[in-house]
Every structure is written in structure tokens, then in C-alpha cells.
Ligand binder design. Structure first.
Ligand code: ADP
Ligand code: MG
Length: 445
């Protein structure tokens, strides 16, 4: 990760802005300053020209400006600063040409050194000659150079101010970040730009806490659930150890021990499956799975159980093609097994189970697997809870007497829910107490 300093970043940016504003101001200021003075000089030259044009002779006149008189051929006939005889013909000078044409002209020209400018005001007199008054002015560049010390001073001040502003701003930002209370995001007084960031962090915190709480509860439940069969096993064994039981009781006790041990195995297996699904770092190999085939196999393996309970099983494939989904085979098998097993287990005498596969299109295409039974049903207020770990509606039924099958662990539907999440599938349940239930899984394809 590249570490960046916020203070430095803000400092550089404010400084760049400061310097840019400074230069823009300096250029605009000097430019308008310069133009203003040029105009002033021109109007002074014009005044002087007007005044001079009233005189009959310029000999002995006292002025800092240069006065030149040019006849209409361009020949210089008078100049107060040079010998007119040595001066070249001025016919091609722009101020002369313009004055001849329009009566007067204002012209500025750089001198040969480029450091100074000559400003000319020329006027055609009634006798046909042109009177030209001129003076020199520093160029804008030179003016800037002359002011360089002051400008430099201002630049330093601008830099100091932007430095201070940057430091204050970044301090304000960092302290406001330090003060953020992620536990109680509503109480924060912060810049509105931080709101989404804080919301994300506090959401993450909340989810993390929730996950931790579920884990903590799960560990507590696991210990409890494992302890119950172990306590029974230990109790039966203790009585048998004392040698005071007859053969018949002994046999019955051994069967109980066997059943409890079976239950322990079931529990441990389910816990392992759930932990594996929970482990985010583990990625299981996904492949194309034919849902119809998996259902058919599962139904076959549960056939004898269904027969004992007098429940009929039926598989219906409504898709016209082969029903493939992309998933982890063992997890998908486990999910389907749990749903069909429940549909048989919580059914009534002479009930039925229909497993239906169909392709549906909502906002996208789904493979829908639906397990419908005519069983005892689930009350509305229990329908969400049955997906919780270890949750069972009727906790007293520790053994299914009819089939002599140890009843479940309360983890089956948790495995279904987590398996669905792993496959981005949706689980839903529709049920009416006494009439039956319908569980459906929708796998995106
Ligand atoms: N098809 C169903 N009909 C009625 N109740 C059901 C059905 N499936 C699940 N349940 C209820 O949901 C509870 C949780 O199911 P599950 O997680 O599979 O645990 P288990 O089957 O091990 O008891 C069951 O104990 C049962 O009360
Ligand atoms: Mg079950």
C-alpha cells in the first residue's frame, strides 16, 4: 500500500491554487496598471501637443519630452533632442502616415533594446507639417522586474497563507475522522462526504457482531446438543456396569446406547457440513449437476423410509431439456436429501411428496426445485425460525418410533439455507398448518 500524507496533499494543492491565483492576479494587476499609465501618458502627450501647436516657435522650450516637426515629405525640420540634419526621413513612420491621413495618431513602439517603449502622439498642423511629441516608458516586463522584490514578498506571503490554510484544513479533516464513533454513527457531527464511508464501516461492524453472536450461540448449542446423548449413553452404561440388569433390559439399553451413538454421529456430521459451508476461505469445486438425476437418486435412497411411513414419492420434471445447474455436488445432494427427508418425516399417514423441477424466468433464468408434501405443516410464526441452527418445532420427538429412525438434528434446514447462499440460490417456504408444506430452491442459471 502506498502511504500518502493528507496534509502534504492538501498543502500542495492549496499552494498550487495559491500560486496560480497569485500569478493570475499579478499579471492582471500589472497589465491594467500599465495600460492605465500608458493612457495617462498619451493624454499628457496630446495636451502638450495641443499646447505646442499654438506656439509659433519651439526654440528654447523646456520639456522632458521629445518634440519633432516633420514636413509633409517626411523630412525632419525640427527636433529638440537631436540634429534634424542627421535624422533619416520619417515618411514611413506609422505615426506620421496616420497623422497625415486622420489628423492625429497615437503609436507606441519598442525601442531597439526592447526594454523601453516609445510613445508617440502626432498631429498634423494647419501649415501641413506634422508635430510629434514623444516620451519613453518602461515595458511591462521591466516594470515587473522593477517590482520583483515586492512581488517576491507577496509570493512568500501567499505561500505562508496557503501553507497555514492547508495545515488547518487537514487538521480539521483528520480530527473529524479521529472523532468518528463507528458504534453510534448517528451521533457523529462530520462532513457529509464521510457519511457513506461511515455507513459502510458501521454496517460491516454490525454484520461482524451479528456473525460473532451466531457463532457464539452455535458453539454453546453444539456443546449442549452433544452433551445430551452422551449423558444418556453414560447413564445406560453405568447401570449396565453394576451388573444388576436382566438380559431383556440389557438388550433394550444396548439399543438405546446404539441409537444415541447414531444420533451423535449424525450431529457431528451435520456440524462438520455446516462449518465447511461457513468457512468462507474454503472453495469447493463446482461442476455441472443434473438436478433430475440427483433427485431421482435421493428418492431411491429414501424409498424404504417412505414406505414405512406410507408416504408416496413422485418426481416431476417440467423442463423440456436436461436440468443442469452449476454447483458443488455433495452440497446439492445434501440439500435435496434434507428437503425430501423432511417432507417424508413430517408427513401424515398415506401422505404424498411431490418433487418438481422447472425452469422459470423472473429478472433472470432460474432452475426451480420444489418439494411439496401433504404433511403436518408449519405455523406462520415458525416458518422463518426452522432455518436456524438446532431449531426444531417439536423438540419432544427425539425418536421417530414408526420407522425406528433417529429424528434429525435440527441442522438440516440450516444446511439447506447455507448451501443455497453458497450457490446464490433463494430458499422459500409456503406452508399451512395441518395441510402441508412446499419448500422451493431457485438456482440461477
Ligand atoms: N416439510 C416439513 N413439514 C413440517 N415441518 C417441517 C418440515 N420441514 C422441516 N420442518 C420443521 O422444521 C424443523 C427443522 O428442520 P430441520 O432443520 O431439517 O431439522 P430436523 O429435520 O433435523 O428436525 C423440523 O424440526 C420441523 O419441525
Ligand atoms: Mg431435517
Amino acid at each position: 500500500m502506498k502511504i500518502k500524507s493528507l496534509t502534504l496533499r492538501i498543502f500542495i494543492n492549496t499552494m498550487l491554487v495559491g500560486v496560480a491565483v497569485y500569478f493570475a492576479c499579478a499579471v492582471i494587476f500589472i497589465d491594467s496598471f500599465y495600460k492605465y499609465f500608458e493612457n495617462r501618458i498619451f493624454s499628457e502627450l496630446e495636451n502638450e501637443c495641443d499646447y505646442l501647436s499654438l506656439l509659433t516657435t519651439f526654440e528654447g522650450i523646456k520639456t522632458d519630452n521629445r518634440i519633432t516637426v516633420i514636413d509633409f515629405h517626411g523630412k525632419v525640420i525640427f527636433d529638440n533632442k537631436a540634429n534634424p540634419a542627421e535624422m533619416e526621413n520619417h515618411a514611413s513612420r506609422s505615426e506620421f502616415i496616420e497623422a497625415m491621413e486622420k489628423g492625429s495618431s497615437k503609436v507606441s513602439r519598442y525601442s531597439s533594446t526592447m526594454l523601453q517603449k516609445n510613445l508617440y502622439f502626432a498631429k498634423r498642423l494647419e501649415n501641413g507639417t506634422v508635430l510629434r511629441v514623444s516620451c519613453q516608458q518602461y515595458t511591462a516586463g521591466l516594470l515587473m522586474f522593477g517590482l520583483s522584490q515586492e512581488l517576491l514578498c507577496l509570493l512568500v506571503i501567499a505561500l505562508i497563507i496557503s501553507g497555514l490554510a492547508a495545515a488547518a484544513l487537514s487538521k480539521k479533516i483528520t480530527t473529524s475522522i479521529e472523532k468518528i464513533d463507528f458504534e453510534n454513527p448517528e451521533t457523529n457531527e462530520i462532513f457529509s462526504e464521510f457519511k457513506p464511508f461511515i455507513k459502510r464501516i458501521s454496517d460491516e461492524n454490525f454484520e461482524k457482531k451479528e456473525r460473532e453472536e451466531i457463532r457464539r450461540q452455535f458453539s454453546a448449542n453444539v456443546s449442549h446438543e452433544l452433551k445430551t446423548p452422551l449423558t444418556s449413553i453414560s447413564g445406560f452404561a453405568e447401570i449396565m456396569k453394576s451388573g444388576s440388569v436382566d438380559e431383556k433390559t440389557m438388550l433394550s439399553f444396548s439399543e438405546d446406547i446404539y441409537n444415541e451413538a447414531q444420533r451423535l454421529i449424525l450431529l457431528v456430521n451435520d456440524i462438520l457440513k455446516l462449518s465447511k459451508l461457513d468457512e468462507e476461505s474454503i472453495t469447493m469445486e463446482k461442476e455441472e449437476i443434473c438436478i433430475e438425476e440427483t433427485c431421482a437418486e435421493t428418492i431411491k435412497s429414501l424409498e424404504s423410509y417412505a414406505k414405512k411411513k406410507n408416504v408416496s414419492l413422485e418426481l416431476e420434471n417440467k423442463t423440456k431439456e436436461v436440468s443442469y445447474i452449476h454447483g458443488v455436488p455433495t452440497v446439492i445432494q445434501e440439500m435435496i436429501f434434507n428437503l425430501i427427508e423432511n417432507a417424508i418425516k413430517y408427513n401424515k399417514e398415506n401422505g404424498s411428496v411431490i418433487v418438481k423441477i422447472e425452469k422459470i424466468t423472473l429478472e433472470r433464468d432460474y432452475m426451480r426445485l420444489c418439494v411439496k408434501d401433504t404433511g403436518i405443516g408449519i405455523a406462520e410464526n415458525q416458518q422463518e425460525r426452522i432455518f436456524e441452527r438446532f431449531y426444531r418445532v417439536d423438540k419432544s420427538r427425539s425418536k421417530d418410533r414408526q420407522s425406528n429412525r433417529t429424528t434429525g438434528t435440527g441442522l438440516g434446514l440450516s444446511i439447506v439455507k447455507h448451501g443455497a447462499k453458497y450457490h446464490n440460490a433463494k430458499v422459500s417456504v409456503k406452508s399451512k398448518i395441518g395441510e402441508g408444506s412446499e419448500f422451493s430452491l431457485m438456482f440461477p442459471i
